[in-house]
Write a protein that binds this ligand. Sequence first.
Ligand code: HEC
Ligand code: HEC
Length: 163
Amino acid sequence: MSHHPLWTLATIFTLALGSLSAQAKYNGEDRGRPVMPAQNNAKWQAECSSCHLAFPPGLLPAASWQKMMGELDQHFGTDASLSAADTTEITNYLVKHASNRWTANTAPLKITESGWYTSKHRAKEIDPAVWKRASVKSRSNCIACHRDADKGEFDEDTVRIPK
Ligand code: HEC
Ligand code: HEC
């Protein structure tokens, strides 16, 4: 006996609802952990670590990296532009290893404004005064608390907030 069409519809509806609530976790950004790819890129390491940590590619979706790399001359108020060849090589590296779990339909440029970042760094867990400490300086200064952030290690077990 084949399934009644209404029963099938109800099943599809329930399944759809289930995946909706899973996605709602971080405002629709189900990005998982920022794992460092096994393959490094020397250009990315050299050029993207002079002003801040070379943020692991898995911290942003591909569309974000593409947008950011297309406007390096206006990079958060600074000029971080590179040669066309270096820009292409670094863009390809970032896009290849970008977060494939971030389903937000925007291309956010700030990791620190994402829903998952906000939810992992709530005032309940981290006193707001911490962000103003000289040892921390900024929300994007991951390595102040995540000592192995340059190796893509962000596990909450290894985190230590500096005095
Ligand atoms: C000339 C200095 C400079 C260079 C070089 C540079 N950046 Fe930045 N970057 C900045 C500044 C300044 C900010 C803003 C930091 C803040 O608001 O805390 C920033 C922020 C970022 C952020 C957002 C961090 C957040 O707040 O969530 C990302 C991602 C980023 N940069 C990626 C890159 C990549 C990729 C490269 C290499 C192509 C690069 N940057 C090279 C200066 C630089
Ligand atoms: C002021 C210190 C501090 C800074 C700076 C900071 N974090 Fe965190 N982060 C924490 C703490 C504390 C936790 C654990 C929160 C908890 O217990 O739920 C955490 C948790 C996380 C987690 C979840 C880890 C897990 O095991 O679930 C990720 C991912 C993460 N941070 C990424 C980042 C990134 C990326 C940056 C920089 C853009 C950053 N953090 C900057 C303190 C910091």
